[in-house]
Design a binder for this molecule. Sequence first.
Ligand code: CA
Length: 224
Amino acid sequence: MRLLLVEDEAELAALLLAGLRNAGFVVDGVATIADADAATRAGAYDVVVLDRRLPDGDGMDFLRQLRRNNDGTPVLMLTARDAVEDRIDGLQVGADDYVLKPFHMAELVARLWTILRRPSAIRDPILANGDVALDLATRIVTVADHPLTISRREGALLELFLRKLGRVITKPSIESALYGFGEELESNAVEVLVHRLRRRLNTSGASPQIQTLRGIGYLMEPVR
Ligand code: CA
């Protein structure tokens, strides 16, 4: 799940980035409306967490602009506790939910999953191929109904393969899907990650295989 965080208070943004990544989201963080605009144009996000008071304007204006552009990406607004009218305005403009500052990380994550479980936001809560299944809400992976221990990032890579069965996935597209744009990346990071996921699937006896197409990318064929 790709998440865009728009928050200008550095300390809070850092806490949110860590907490949301820990909860399994792939997070890009920006601090201004201008950067949020550029980020949403460049990449598809599953959900946006949006602060209201930003250095270059009101988060609500950004939300209004998103909706005007037919961008239905779910948006959760962060709202100051004293600004009751703000939340009402936000929901009218097209926010999917709001959280009052200060809030607990667990509450924010729970609200996000509630938004993402709504039928409009998610196509299928469980992605599967052959005997491998990934529950998008709990991030639990099973092979023939047995839970598979898997890292957060391996799970994100598996999700990518399951969403693109039978299609070639290039290394750059894996990088942009799995790593935030501020993250330092070793040149062989994708190869290493694919290798680890492949080994986990193979040793658990899973039916789907990850193929390497040298110089092109990777592929998981649908299992009938
Ligand atoms: Ca702010």
